[in-house]
Write a protein that binds this ligand. Structure first.
Ligand code: RUQ
Ligand code: CUA
Length: 764
């Protein structure tokens, strides 16, 4: 009846609003209607169609964007621009328990400087690990400009595994860039400083301040940087900027540009012109070409000196051995980007309108012939600019960074001052197209656009300012990532995405199909060391143990209870909770939060994590699961009781408010029996079909079997108690048995639906 009444009412309301109601499908608007109502043009609708990812479908590419000053990494999809994750890297991130559990605190502690916790980072350049110059989707690296550090993120679980602090740099920028087989991760200084950790007056800038490039050795098997096998090449005190690694014919070399080769030291407060004036006098700065393979051999041959325990190849050795060569580059260069075939290096000058395309072949020939145009004040040979160039192209005012298309010779350069992207041909040296973007583009990023096999299709403009683009949210604005379609001759702007987490400098986009993250951990896994946790606990083996003055709680989590549910300690005890998530079901993460201790865990299926707290004050501290994991999630709770020092320990009196009878037992058993009938019918449906051909279903069946095993355990306990006519415990266990049945049925039904929707066949 309600339906009959509602319909005419709604219809008249729609008519009153001037909405066209097309005949037949009542209430459904046509595309034209929507365009009219929302004021959309044909172009808008086309852009929407190009970015819309329907429910149930996934993005073609995954982007890892620097999270700027947030010290995190932002993960989003292309073309939808939907954000999927923030990865805690240099900064604690409570959702992931990062910096709140002991295992991840140990990762953050690796990034300490002078013994101090540094709980932020200025992340700039993410890089994906490469095999033969192609993205292999295994690891992600990112730098911290402010506190020269590099982090390693494993793309098997999107977790930060390692942070290394640079032993000699006082500032950096040109990281991270990987060599073509991820032999090394490159990190270059920005602002020069003494390589030793000591005070050196600025009057000794020329003599004692230095730049450097560090080559961090990466072990792909272990997924970790090996600091002892890493080394640096000492450089003059020019402000080194971005870097890139050679590929193919230029593999073995790396390229780092610089600004302020004037070596100006500032001093505005002393009446001297500021850095910005003193650092832009010269017409050219230097591109540093470094033969890292040769440097590696020299370091192995003992030619390095130890600074702060780290191997540094001295600049004079590097220059004399042909490891280090300089090439002039026009005014305040910024980006340096090696072509997919490794033959060209494109450099853009912020105060120039040109991009310069260097020919690696030409430069190599000059180096081999020792055809140098001169030497810098430190005796480093300099190549002639003209002789090194392939071409120069006028692309617009303030070119910064260049990305490569899948189409040969086609590149895109971000034009900062003009707020444009210029598409041009670097082989023939001509501009092909220009598109205006919103204010002040910095980096830009094409799909796999810095690998040997760029994928083209989409480009993202990472704009520094959003200004009036989005609904105002106060003086601090988000940044604006703009999606551009580059699959045709003309570039087309598709989408604006506000990115509200620091200033994202650079991003890398990879084909989603290359990523193969885990669904669950091996049982009892320490995800930060990638090894079985010493605190892993099996179902039924939960216990409390005092060791070396610490009360260790070996607990487990599974829908919908925390074991143990009551922990009683004495005032002053240190308590270390270790929780293992016993689930194997996809996405069944449990959390652990407790009042007043700044401890907060995320425990994904299989994971073991720890929270160590000091029970300083007597009192009652409830704890609970923070993820809405099931219908009885709110019941996933417990108490930490801290009794005053010296008070007699006593068992918490466990007395429930409800007493059960034999009749209650009968009712509960009926419910369980009916539920079992449903489960049996679902099991029959699945097993009669070729479910083994569907990995998703196989996994679901494993999960359901898991739950049914727990159900069987609870059933046994139920029957034991009913045999003793202990109706209270019999009913409580029958309810628990029912809980497991419900979970099994839920998983089973998901499997059944999947089989129905994916055309499974009857096999018996
Ligand atoms: S930067 S906007 Cu890569 Cu740090 Cu150029
Ligand atoms: Cu586990 Cu909520």
């Amino acid at each position: 009846m309600g339906g009959n009444l509602k319909r005419p009412l709604l219809l008249s309301a729609a008519a009153g609003l001037g909405l066209a109601v097309s005949g037949g499908a009542w209430g459904a608007e046509s595309l034209d209607d929507v365009m009219k109502r929302r004021g959309l043009t044909q172009k808008d609708v086309l852009a929407a169609a190009k970015t819309y990812v329907p429910t149930g479908k996934r993005d073609e590419f995954v982007v890892f964007s620097s999270g700027g000053q947030s010290g995190q990494v932002i993960v989003y999809g292309i073309p939808s621009m939907r954000i999927m994750k923030y990865i805690g890297v240099f900064t604690p991130e409570p959702w992931q328990g990062y910096g709140f559990d002991e295992e991840s605190k140990a990762v953050l502690a690796q990034g300490r400087i002078n013994g101090k916790d540094i709980n932020y980072g200025d992340t700039h350049h993410p890089a994906i690990s490469e095999t033969n110059g192609e993205y292999d989707g295994k690891f992600l690296f990112i730098n911290d400009k402010a506190n020269p550090r590099i982090a390693v993120i494993d793309l098997a679980d999107f977790e930060t595994k390692q942070i290394v602090a640079n032993p000699i740099m006082k500032s950096e920028h040109g990281g991270t860039f990987v060599t073509q087989n991820t032999e090394y991760i490159i990190e270059a200084t920005q602002y020069a400083g003494p390589l030793e950790n000591e005070y050196v007056p600025l009057s000794q800038f020329n003599e004692k301040y230095r730049g450097a490039v560090t080559y961090w050795k990466f072990d792909k098997e272990k997924g970790r940087i090996i600091p002892e096998q890493s080394f640096s090449v000492e450089l003059p005190p020019y402000s080194q900027d971005l870097s890139d690694a050679g590929k193919g014919p230029s593999h073995g070399w790396s390229f780092t540009n610089s600004f302020c080769t004037e070596r100006y030291v500032g001093g505005i407060e002393k009446g001297r012109p500021p850095f910005e004036a003193g650092c832009s006098q010269k017409d050219t700065d230097f591109l540093h070409m470094i033969n890292w393979q040769k440097a590696e051999a020299l370091v192995k041959a003992g030619k390095a000196k130890k600074i702060n325990g780290h191997d540094v190849l001295p600049m004079d050795v590097a220059a004399a051995e042909g490891v280090l060569v300089l090439v002039p580059e026009p005014k305040s260069p910024h980006g340096v980007d090696v072509s997919p075939d490794g033959k060209f290096i494109i450099v853009a000058g912020k105060l120039d309108t040109h991009t310069s395309v260097y020919s690696f072949d030409k430069m190599k020939a000059l180096i081999e012939a020792k055809d140098f145009a001169g030497k810098d004040p430190y005796g480093i040979p300099i190549l002639d600019l003209k002789k090194s160039l392939h071409t120069q192209v006028s692309v617009g005012l303030g070119p910064l960074h260049t990305q490569y298309d899948s189409k040969p010779c086609v590149v895109y350069t971000s034009i900062y001052v003009d707020s444009q992207v210029t598409k041009w041909d670097y082989c023939e040296g001509k501009v092909l197209d220009k598109i205006s973007v919103h204010y002040n583009i910095g980096h830009l990023m094409a799909m796999e656009g810095d690998s040997t096999k760029p994928k083209g299709k989409y480009l993202v403009a990472l704009n520094k300012l959003a200004i009036d683009r989005f609904t105002p949210v106060g003086p601090l604005h988000p940044q604006n990532h703009q999606l551009i379609d580059i699959s045709n001759d003309k570039m087309e702007l598709l989408y604006d995405m506000p990115l509200p987490l620091g200033e994202p400098h650079y991003a890398v986009g990879i084909a989603a199909s290359t990523l193969k993250p885990h669904i669950r951990y091996k049982q009892g896994w320490d995800s930060r060391t990638d090894a079985k946790s010493p605190f892993a606990t099996l179902a039924g083996r939960e216990h409390v143990e005092k060791k070396d003055g610490v009360t260790h709680v070996y607990g487990t989590l599974i829908r919908s209870h925390i074991t143990p549910e009551i922990v009683e300690v004495e005032e002053g005890e240190t308590v270390s909770f270790h929780f293992t998530n016993l689930e194997r079901a996809e996405d069944e993460t449990h959390g652990f939060a407790i009042r007043g201790f700044n401890a907060n865990l995320s425990v994904e299926p299989g994971k073991t994590v720890s929270a160590t707290i000091k029970a300083e004050k007597p009192g009652v501290y409830p704890y609970y699961c923070t993820e809405f994991c099931s219908a009885l999630h709110l019941e996933m709770q417990g108490y930490l009781l801290v009794r005053p020092k010296g008070m007699q320990a006593q068992e918490a009196a466990l007395k429930e408010g409800q007493a059960y009878t034999e009749e209650d037992y009968g009712k509960q058993i009926k419910t369980n029996t009916d539920t079992q009938a449903v489960i049996d019918s679902v099991v029959k449906f699945i097993t009669e079909r070729n479910f083994k051909d569907f990995p998703t279903v196989v996994s679901l069946v494993e999960d359901a079997t898991d739950q049914l095993n727990f159900a069987a355990d609870a059933k046994k306990k139920t029957e034991d108690f009913s045999g003793k006519k202990d109706w209270q415990n019999a009913v409580l266990w029958a309810q628990q048995w029912f809980q497991y049945q419900v979970k099994a049925a839920d998983i089973g039904l998901r499997a059944k639906t999947y089989l129905e929707q994916n055309g499974a066949k009857v096999v018996k």
